[in-house]
Design a protein around this ligand. Structure first.
Ligand SMILES: [Zn+2]
Length: 166
């Protein structure tokens, strides 16, 4: 059984991650020794006025991506998929962040990840000034939040999901 994952973010509101999204992301875990990194884009809906974000969809790895044991390159095909999902949802389902896997139990971001996340904050189109980043490890999914700022962006760990307890 997978439970919904909720993160209360001070000064922002509630971030809810749907059960089905967690189940899908866990299916990409790099458990066996040859599994490559996977990744894509996170898609969510900003719900009503009380500042709730529901993250409930994603783009899966695309044939045009580059997937290695310790590297992952996300192709532009993800942006095209996001556009399509956005239009088909009457502009409700929108790009809210990025996900990828790591071959380690409790994941930490690399310098390459941090650069990628900062580029996303600075260059991509999204609602508001924040993006969410999941790294799916072998036992835990961790969520970081990036806040766009004039000088230095802020990137902070905001939550952790233990798949062993699910
Ligand atoms: Zn990484």
């Amino acid at each position: 059984m997978t439970n919904e994952w909720e993160i209360e973010v001070h000064g922002y509101g509630l971030v809810r991650i749907s059960k089905s999204l967690i189940e899908h992301l866990l299916s990409y875990r790099q458990i066996n020794s040859s599994a490559a990194e996977s990744g894509g884009v996170l898609i969510g809906k900003h719900l009503n006025s009380n500042g709730t974000l529901l993250i409930d969809d994603y783009t899966p790895p695309q044939p045009s991506d580059r997937q290695g044991r310790y590297e992952y390159y996300r192709s532009d095909d993800h942006n095209r998929l996001v556009q399509k999902i956005w239009q088909e949802s009457q502009r409700k389902s929108t790009y809210v962040g990025l996900w990828h896997t790591h071959a380690e139990p409790i994941p930490n971001y690399s310098s390459v990840d941090k650069r990628d996340w900062n580029i996303a904050l600075n260059k991509s189109m999204y609602e508001g000034d924040r993006l969410f980043y999941f790294i799916v490890g072998q036992t835990h999914i961790r969520c970081w939040m990036g806040t766009k700022r004039a000088v230095f962006n802020k990137i902070e760990l905001i939550g952790e999901y233990n798949a062993n307890l699910a």
